[in-house]
Design a binder for this molecule. Structure first.
Ligand code: GLC
Ligand code: CA
Length: 557
C-alpha cells in the first residue's frame, strides 16, 4: 500500500455557523475558531475541513455561494481567515476547504448576468426553453436531490434553469470551457494562499448527459442516471486534478450513491486518478431504507457489509474515507447507538470506525457525544432538505402527519447543526449573545468542559484512539482488513494486519444487550495487548452492552 500524508490524517470538520461565536452576535465565526485551535489540536487531529466559509445568502447554509473569493461577513474577513490558516499551520494542522462547483447561489454575479442574457455568461448555467404549447412545462422530468422538480422558470430570461438542489442553487454548465477555467482559477486562488486541499461537493454530478433526456420514472432523484455520473465527468475531473497537482493538494470528492466498483473509476491510484478519496454514503443507510427519512432502526449487519466491501475492494489500489457524522447527517449516537448509554455507545461507535483503513474524519460535537435535537414541531426545523422530504412524503399519501414529522425530525440535517456545546453556561459557551439556532437543552450535562474534566469521557476516549491510530498506523491506517463473525447481528470483530506483521484487533458489542464473548476470546491471540476500550478491564465471559476493545500484537521481528 502506497504511503501518503493525506492517508494518515485525522480530520476535524467545522460547520462554521455553529462552531463557536467570537463576537457575541450569536453566529459562529472565524474569531471563534481561532480561539479553539488549541482545543482542536488537543484532539490529536492533523487537519481541519471547513464547510463553506464563503459569501452566501445561506439558503443552504453556505453551499449556495455568491462569491467564491470572499469570506461570509458573518464569519469575519479574509484577514481573519488568514489568521486561522496560519494558526492551524503553526500547530501542524492542514486546512481543507469546501469546493462547491456543481452549482452557485442564484445571487452570484454569474447567474444574474446569465439570466440577463449577457453574452459572456449566458451559457454559464443550464438553460432550456419550456415544453408544451405555452412553454409552461419543464424541459424534462428530472427531480432535484432535495426532493422536488429539478427545473425553475426564470421570468427575466424566459427560460428554465436546472437546479439539482434548492431552487436558489442553479447548476453550473461545466460543458462550457469558460466555466471550467473559472473553477481552476478559484482552486488556484485558495491553494495559492496556502490551503492544503478541497472537499469537493457533489462532485460526481458536474457533467450532464447531452440533450438532457428524460429519466426513468422513479419517484425520487429522477434523471440521476444522466448526471450521476455524466459522460464527461472523468475528463473534467482530470482537468481539475492538474491544478491540485500543481500544489500537491488533496482532493476528497463527495459522491452520493457511490459503490466501490464505480468509485474505482475515480480513485484508483495511478495516472488516470482524479480524486484521492471519496465520501460514499452506503454505511449511512444502516438505519434506513435508502433515504434517512425512511428509518428502520439500526442494523449492524448492514453496516458491516458496507465497511467490509469498501475495505476489501479498495485495499492496495485506492483509498477510503471513514466518517460517522457530518453536517448532513443526524448525530450518530442517536442513530446507531443509544442515547441512554451515550458514553458507552459513543465509545463503541468511535472504536469500530477509527481503525478502518482510510482517512479519518470527526465532525464537530461528535467527540463530545452530542445528540439529536428534541424537535417538537415543524416550527423548530429550518433545513431546506427536511421541507422537501416532507412534501415528498405527503405526496405519496402513505404516511400520517405524525409519521412524516417524526421521520423528518429524525433525519433532519438540523440535528448536526445545533451549536456546539462548550460548557454549562448560558449559551452553552457557544455565544454570549442570542444563538442563531436552538441549543440542545441537554447542554447543561453534555458539554466539552464536563467531558474535559472526566478521564473516562467520550472526549478523552477520542483523544486516546486518535493517538492509537497513529501509533499503530501500519495496521490501523494501512493494514489489510480481516473480519470475523460476519453473521453476528450484535458483534463486530475485525483484525487489521500491517505489512510489518503488526496486528490490531477491534472487538465490539454494538447492541444494548449483553453478548457471549466465547467466540471472540478464541480469536484474540495470546499475548495481544489491550490498548483501549469502552469500560475498564479486559474481555470476560460476557460482553456488556456497547463493550468494545482494541488489542494489538507487536510486529514480528
Ligand atoms: C452536499 C452538501 C450539502 C449540500 C449539498 C448541495 O451534499 O454536503 O450540505 O446541501 O451538497 O450543495
Ligand atoms: Ca459571530
Amino acid at each position: 500500500m502506497k504511503k501518503a500524508w493525506y492517508k494518515e490524517l485525522s480530520v476535524y470538520q467545522i460547520w462554521p455557523r455553529s462552531f463557536c461565536d467570537g463576537n457575541g452576535d450569536g453566529i459562529g465565526d472565524l474569531k471563534g475558531v481561532l480561539g479553539k485551535l488549541d482545543y482542536i489540536k488537543s484532539l490529536g487531529v492533523d487537519a481541519i475541513w471547513f464547510s463553506p466559509l464563503y459569501a452566501s445568502p445561506q439558503k443552504d447554509f453556505g453551499y449556495d455561494i455568491s462569491d467564491y473569493r470572499a469570506i461570509n461577513p458573518d464569519y469575519g474577513t479574509m484577514e481573519d481567515f488568514k489568521a486561522v490558516l496560519d494558526g492551524a499551520h503553526e500547530r501542524g494542522m492542514k486546512v481543507i476547504m469546501d469546493l462547491v462547483i456543481n452549482h452557485t447561489s442564484d445571487q452570484h454575479e454569474w447567474f444574474k448576468k446569465s439570466a440577463a442574457g449577457d453574452p459572456k455568461y449566458k451559457d454559464y448555467y443550464i438553460w432550456r426553453p419550456g415544453k408544451g404549447k405555452d412553454g409552461k412545462r419543464p424541459p424534462n422530468n428530472w427531480m432535484a436531490t432535495f426532493p422536488g422538480p429539478g427545473w425553475q422558470f426564470n421570468e427575466e430570461r424566459g427560460e428554465y434553469y436546472l437546479h439539482l438542489f434548492a431552487v436558489e442553487q442553479p447548476d453550473l454548465n461545466h460543458d462550457n470551457p469558460a466555466v471550467r477555467e473559472e473553477v481552476k482559477d478559484i482552486m488556484r486562488f485558495w491553494l495559492g494562499m496556502g490551503v492544503d486541499g478541497f472537499r469537493e461537493d457533489v462532485i460526481t454530478y458536474i457533467s450532464k448527459r447531452e440533450g438532457l433526456p428524460n429519466g426513468f420514472p422513479i419517484p425520487i432523484m429522477r434523471g440521476q442516471e444522466h448526471y450521476s455520473p455524466g459522460p464527461n465527468i472523468h475528463k473534467y475531473l482530470l482537468e481539475y486534478r492538474k491544478v491540485a497537482e500543481e500544489f500537491g493538494a488533496v482532493q476528497i470528492g463527495e459522491a452520493p450513491m457511490m459503490t466501490p466498483k464505480n468509485a474505482l473509476k475515480y480513485i484508483t491510484e495511478g495516472k488516470d486518478q482524479q480524486l484521492d478519496m471519496m465520501f460514499q454514503f452506503q454505511h449511512m443507510s444502516a438505519d434506513c431504507i435508502v433515504v434517512s427519512y425512511l428509518p428502520t432502526g439500526f442494523k449492524l449487519r448492514k453496516l458491516k457489509r458496507v465497511f467490509r466491501r469498501w475495505q476489501n475492494k479498495l485495499y492496495g489500489i485506492a483509498w477510503n474515507t471513514n466518517y460517522m457524522e457530518n453536517h448532513d447527517q443526524p448525530r450518530v449516537i442517536s442513530r446507531f447507538g443509544s442515547e441512554e448509554m451515550r458514553t458507552e455507545s459513543g465509545k463503541a461507535i468511535a472504536t469500530i470506525y477509527t481503525f478502518l483503513s482510510g482517512t479519518h474524519f470527526v465532525y464537530q460535537g461528535q467527540e463530545i457525544g452530542m445528540l439529536n435535537y428534541p424537535f417538537k414541531s415543524w416550527d423548530d426545523i429550518i433545513d431546506v432538505a427536511s421541507y422537501c422530504g416532507k412534501s415528498m412524503m405527503e405526496k405519496t399519501h402513505l404516511f400520517s402527519k405524525k409519521t412524516i414529522f417524526r421521520n423528518c425530525a429524525y433525519a433532519s440535517r438540523d440535528n448536526a447543526r445545533t451549536p456546539v456545546q462548550w460548557s454549562a453556561e448560558e449559551g452553552a459557551g457557544f455565544t454570549t449573545g442570542t444563538p442563531w439556532f436552538h441549543i440542545n437543552p441537554n447542554y447543561t450535562e453534555i458539554n466539552a468542559a464536563a467531558e474535559e474534566k472526566d478521564p473516562n469521557s467520550l472526549l478523552n476516549y477520542y483523544r486516546k484512539i486518535i493517538a492509537l491510530r497513529k501509533e499503530y498506523k501500519e495496521a490501523a491506517v494501512y493494514g489489510r482488513y480481516k473480519e470475523y463473525l460476519k453473521g453476528s447481528g450484535k458483534l463486530y470483530v475485525y483484525e487489521k494486519i500491517g505489512e510489518d506483521g503488526s496486528r490490531l484487533f477491534v472487538v465490539a458489542n454494538m447492541s444494548g444487550k449483553k453478548a457471549s464473548a466465547a467466540k471472540v476470546r478464541r480469536i484474540i491471540p495470546e499475548g495481544a495487548r489491550r490498548v483501549a476500550g469502552t469500560y475498564d478491564g479486559s474481555l470476560a465471559d460476557f460482553m456488556r452492552p456497547y463493550e468494545a476493545h482494541v488489542f494489538v500484537v507487536a510486529p514480528e521481528k
